[in-house]
Write a protein that binds this ligand. Structure first.
Ligand code: COA
Length: 299
């Protein structure tokens, strides 16, 4: 068995692995985005791909690990944590002082693996979705009230957000990961920063390279004004659908449900796991070759 970083030349074998496991896997349609930002790490059995994970830096400089997949006949042998360790030791992620990942509440295998890898649950989030075909445009001249804002003014307006406090200080942006909000991450997230006098601050990202008119929004307040204001914002930006990131609490979801949003099927309750890592972590590199951990019991 071998673990190594993927190169662009591995694109086809990564896609073949993903399609064989689950043709509906979202990573397939986002492969270009995954390859452009961060790197995949591969678990290889000879020439066969037996597992993958993707690592990238989040806006606060932490490592964001996602797209962990291990072929069923290799599961239960600790490979995902070896993949994660290897990813954290690669040049792109070596500077990170924390590693984080998102796991759905129901994914007990992944949660077990996270616990064994030294991760602990940092916060629980819930996503709400809204959708409307773009042909039903906002009326001419409609204004959402949202305007772009500087990192400094954004931080000022987000300070004291009870919603952020309920997320234990972690903001989340699809694909980019969970991150603490500070000067560094606000600067890195500059294109996402918006402020409205009525609705306050939000982080919003449109992902134009995916070809979808879909907007991911990290809210900082939850009330009826924000819930309907974000629909106006989406329509003004000609978005067809929105995913709003909220703390996993009924009280945070309620104003959005009343405004016509529905709870995300896969992300009604998603957990952010976190662990501290030493910068210049090298354990993974020394573990790049070797036998699987001995199985101590039947699954
Ligand atoms: C989640 C996943 C990456 C874990 O990889 P792994 O290398 O098998 O992880 P581990 O060996 O640490 O096993 C973790 C847990 O999986 C469960 N498990 C063990 N063997 C298993 C098997 N054959 N099939 C399913 N789950 C199994 C066990 O609960 C195990 O914990 P335990 O050893 O304490 O009992 C893998 O199960 C997978 O690819 N799942 C489908 C994709 C997915 O859910 N990815 C994660 C997205 S966040």
């Amino acid at each position: 068995m071998q673990i190594r970083e993927a190169t662009r030349a591995d694109r086809a074998r990564i896609l073949a692995f993903l399609k064989a496991e689950d043709p509906e896997d979202y990573v397939i349609s986002w492969i270009g985005r995954f390859l452009a930002a961060g790197r995949f790490v591969l678990l290889l059995d000879g020439r066969k791909v037996a597992g993958i994970v993707h690592g990238r830096l989040a806006p606060d400089g932490s490592a964001w690990l996602s797209a962990a997949r291990v072929r069923p006949d290799y599961r239960g042998q600790g490979w995902v944590n070896r993949l994660n360790d290897f990813a954290l030791s690669t040049p792109g992620l070596r500077s990170a002082r924390a590693a984080r990942m998102l796991i759905t509440h129901e994914n007990t295998s992944s949660r077990r693996a996270a616990a064994k890898g030294g991760f602990t649950q940092a916060t629980a989030l819930s996503f709400m979705e809204w959708e409307q075909p773009v042909s039903r445009k906002a009326p001419a001249g409609a204004r959402s009230g949202f305007a772009r804002v500087s990192p400094r003014d954004f931080l000022e307006s987000a300070r004291g957000s009870t919603l952020l406090a309920r997320q234990n200080g972690f903001a989340y942006m699809s694909f980019n990961g969970a991150f603490t909000l500070d000067e560094r991450s606000a600067r890195a997230a500059r294109p996402w920063l918006w402020l409205s006098p009525a609705s306050g601050p939000v982080m919003a990202c449109m992902f134009p390279d995916t070809g979808e008119r879909w907007m991911a929004i990290q809210a900082f307040r939850s009330n009826s004004t924000v819930a309907s204001g974000l629909i106006d914002f989406a329509r003004a930006r000609r978005a067809e659908s929105i995913t709003v990131i909220l703390p996993a609490a009924e009280s945070a979801r309620r104003p959005f449900a009343r405004a016509g949003y529905t709870a995300s099927e896969w992300a009604k309750r998603v957990l952010i796991y976190d662990k501290k890592v030493r910068p210049n972590y090298t354990r993974g590199l020394t573990a790049s070759r070797g036998a699987a951990a001995r199985r101590t019991r039947r699954r």
